[in-house]
Ligand binder design. Structure first.
Ligand SMILES: Cc1ncc(COP(=O)(O)O)c(C=O)c1O
Length: 440
């Protein structure tokens, strides 16, 4: 048994034993180490253990040990599965190959992204809403820009999130120091406004009951609920932000899945440019989860309380903390937005949409309360009166399917399960059949 060296000091006011136990367990797992005199960032200490996905992986492993012959299907982590269309992959390969030549070599590019790609993003996604290419910052993915935006905003701002929501908003907020302690009773951090979004309120927060915050993270279509906010809902949100002098950080990572007339960008709402930043991604749009490419729009009209343009500070953050997306990924991004590439990507999106339809229809056919599957590649399934983890275990145990317990996305997700429609068609069909059998 490893013994902690006596020179390891513990932060005062913290119970020693659980921490010592954790530390010794960690050291046992990672090998022998010697404590430095550097104390741990208190914000990271405040962060809850990364519980959800490691716990799912642990249970997956245990399940495979228990049932070595089980044909496990994963509807868990929302990662794309289908190959990138060949012309897009080729454009990246050609670009990479050209780097080996004198004529084709290029080093650092503009921190804000390739000018041609910025123009193509505007042309493809913001043609009718008058966003300028200089307001688009190409990134290595939306998740990275969530953290860069937190760096831009600093620790003093207050934030609101949809509940449930993509965990990176809350976690990055804790890391930067905006949040208070985590309260076990409520499963919430102090100083964060959790805006409950469920079927009772058509997945849109009751803004009359929402406390004003500086920043409002809002994701549409939402991960995990798959709800795309309607035009009317987004008009209310923009008005709320304008009335309160707040900034919306609008995450449109799944906008390309929208089938109805829900807005694909917050800038479709008049007045949004003065109150909203938009983050987006090639990940779910083009299967670039591994390639890494995204963008953020910061309109010139968006100002801090002093009148200073937010875009100027974001430009500074990007130049200091980033240095630009990979030129190979950007070549791929440009190929995605060519007419041939875009057509191929639309077929890919249609494929996942069809998966979502199959899954949702199966779940509904056995009387389950299921949401989503139309404007986003997720099914959000309600099991009233049950705990998410209990349902997760039942589905795993009886159908050999990995899902995601909804409580991992915030307290508002308790009692729900998220199922991803990213997968090969045969797996989705097999999973749908097993789920029908389990719940009928
Ligand atoms: C809502 C949402 N935003 C952002 C991301 C991260 O996107 P990226 O791969 O571009 O970092 C995800 C990934 O699942 C997501 O669900």
């Amino acid at each position: 048994m490893y013994k902690l060296p006596t020179f390891c000091s513990m932060p005062s006011g913290v119970s020693l034993w659980p921490r010592m136990f954790q530390a010794s367990m960690k050291l046992q797992n990672e090998g022998y180490g010697r404590c430095t005199k550097v104390s741990r960032n208190v914000n990271l200490e405040r962060l809850q253990k990364d519980y959800l996905f490691p716990e799912i992986s642990k249970r997956e492993l245990q399940h495979l040990q228990k049932y070595p012959n089980a044909k496990l299907i994963s509807l868990g982590i929302g990662d794309t599965t289908e190959p990138i269309p060949e012309n897009i992959a080729l454009s990246m390969a050609n670009y990479a190959h050209a780097l080996s030549t004198t004529g084709g070599y290029s080093g650092y590019g503009a921190e804000q992204g390739n000018q041609v790609l910025r123009k193509a993003i505007v042309e493809t996604f913001y043609k009718d809403v008058l966003i300028k290419d200089t307001e688009v910052f190409v990134s290595d993915g939306a998740q990275c820009d969530i953290s860069r935006l937190q760096l831009l905003l600093g620790s003093k701002v207050t934030i609101a999130v949809q509940d449930p929501s993509f965990p990176a908003y809350v976690d990055s907020s804790v890391i930067i120091g905006q949040a208070g302690d985590f309260k076990d009773e409520t499963r919430k951090y102090q100083n964060i406004e959790y805006m409950h979004c469920g079927p009772q309120n058509n997945f849109f927060p009751d803004l009359m009951a929402t406390t004003r915050t500086d920043i409002i993270f809002f994701c549409s279509p939402n991960n995990p609920t798959a709800h795309a906010a309607t035009r009317e809902q987004l008009q209310q949100l923009v008005k709320f932000a304008r009335d309160n002098g707040s900034i919306i950080i609008f995450d449109s990572a799944y906008a390309s899945y929208i089938m109805d007339d829900s807005p694909r960008s917050i800038y479709e709402i008049p007045g949004a440019k003065e109150v909203a930043i938009e983050i987006s991604s090639f990940s779910k749009f083009a299967g670039f989860t591994g390639v890494r490419l995204g963008w953020t729009v910061v309109p010139e009209e968006l100002l801090f309380s002093s009148g200073f343009p937010v875009i100027n500070d974001f430009n500074r953050i990007v130049s200091t903390c980033f240095n630009g997306a990979s030129n190979i990924s950007q070549a791929g991004g440009l190929a995605c937005l060519s007419s041939e590439g875009f057509g191929a990507i639309c077929s890919l999106i249609d494929y996942y949409r069809e998966n979502a339809k199959i899954l949702v229809n199966s779940l509904a056919s056995v009387g389950l309360e299921v949401y989503g599957g139309v404007n986003a590649p997720y099914a959000w399934v309600h099991f009233p009166g049950s705990k998410s983890w209990d349902v997760f275990i039942e589905i795993l145990e009886k159908a050999h399917i990995i899902t995601v317990p909804g409580c991992g996305f915030g307290p508002g997700g308790e009692g729900y399960i998220r199922m991803s429609a990213f997968g090969h068609r045969e797996s989705i069909l097999e999973a749908s059949w097993r789920l029908e059998k389990l719940f009928s």
